[in-house]
Design a protein around this ligand. Structure first.
Ligand code: CP
Length: 317
């Protein structure tokens, strides 16, 4: 498949054959994806589409996943596509094959889309350069998780009646906890700022460093000062597996946990998000995770439609 030949004839909202991160998308491209997401969400969940009829999507997850992997599978099925799943145990990855060689092997079998998750930042880009099918980044190291960013932006827009145009101007979004090791934080900053929101990263200096200001957000180390100003707050898990220290974890739990008292201090319409998996009692109190402000399960539901929209865009333009 040669994708570049088609580009000049396609509208500016055309995403291209891959979705690797959100920084390279224009606001118009992001809005086109979110508009498509809305159409899928508005339709009954039983509705099937023939968008991917005769096509195959390969899930290559080199890291664990519940939400992303299952929602890409459901999204593919709702679009009438076939899904193949590669697990790192039981495949030749366990014999030392590289991610790029594995992806080239799967692509050579004739798949149309590779959905890849990998612990290394940049892995999705490397794979996209090596194969001639579409590639969707399902999370690479601390770099990017674009479909998570899209579903988070949609969730915020929905909560604040911004579905017509997805303009988040005037909204203030807080991302709290371990930003340093978080691909979700980076993708949320990209999408929210492109749609007009003001974003503040909040956490201990070790996990919310000043360097984040280069991404277009501000940084704060005082959650209680920021909370009453926020319209949405995204709580993040401390990622020990990516290098967060035990001290960082302890500080987040002791000083940056979204407790019931803190949630009570938020604006009346402010909502609470979490990309999952949650560590209840660490970054978020159980009562907040299950409380009236929580959009956690709504995020999951929106995630299926976002992945349908993404698959539709990368395969059809
Ligand atoms: N938010 C997210 O990526 O969850 P999973 O790791 O379960 O896919």
């Amino acid at each position: 498949m040669t994708h570049t030949d088609q580009k000049s004839a396609l509208p500016s909202e055309y995403l291209g054959p891959n979705l690797l991160d959100l920084w390279r998308l224009s606001p118009a491209q992001i809005r086109a994806l979110l508009d498509r997401t809305r159409r899928y969400l508005d339709a009954p969940a039983s509705e099937r589409y023939d968008t991917l009829a005769g096509r195959t999507v390969a899930n290559l997850f080199f890291e664990d996943s519940t939400r992303t992997r299952i929602s890409f599978t459901l999204a593919t099925r709702r679009l009438s596509g076939e899904v193949v799943d590669l697990s790192t145990s039981g495949s030749s990855v366990s014999k030392g094959e590289t991610a790029v060689d594995t992806a080239m092997t799967i692509a050579a079998m004739g798949v149309d889309v590779i959905v890849i998750r990998h612990a290394a930042s940049g892995a999705a880009e490397l794979v996209a350069r090596a194969v001639d099918c579409s590639v969707i980044n399902a999370g690479d190291g601390r770099h990017a998780h674009p479909t998570q960013g899209l579903l988070d932006a949609y969730t915020i827009a929905e909560a604040h009646d911004r579905l017509d145009g997805f303009d988040l101007t005037g909204l203030r979004v807080g991302i709290v906890g371990d930003l340093e090791h978080s691909r979700v934080a980076r993708s949320d900053i990209a999408v929210c700022t492109k749609l007009g929101a003001e974003v503040v990263g909040i956490g201990p200096a070790e996990l919310a460093p000043e360097s984040f200001t280069t991404l277009g957000c501000t940084v704060s180390h005082d959650l209680d000062e920021e909370l009453p100003t926020l319209d949405a707050v995204q709580m993040l898990r401390v990622q020990r597996e990516r290098g967060a220290s035990a001290v960082g974890l302890k500080t987040c739990a002791a000083e940056f946990q979204l407790s019931a008292e803190r949630a009570a201090a938020m604006k009346p319409k402010a909502v609470v998000l979490h990309p999952g998996p949650m560590n209840r009692g660490v970054e978020i109190a159980s009562s907040v995770a299950d409380g009236p402000r929580s959009r956690v399960l709504r995020q999951v539901a929106i995630g299926v439609a976002v992945r349908m929209a993404t698959l539709q865009h990368v395969t059809q333009g």
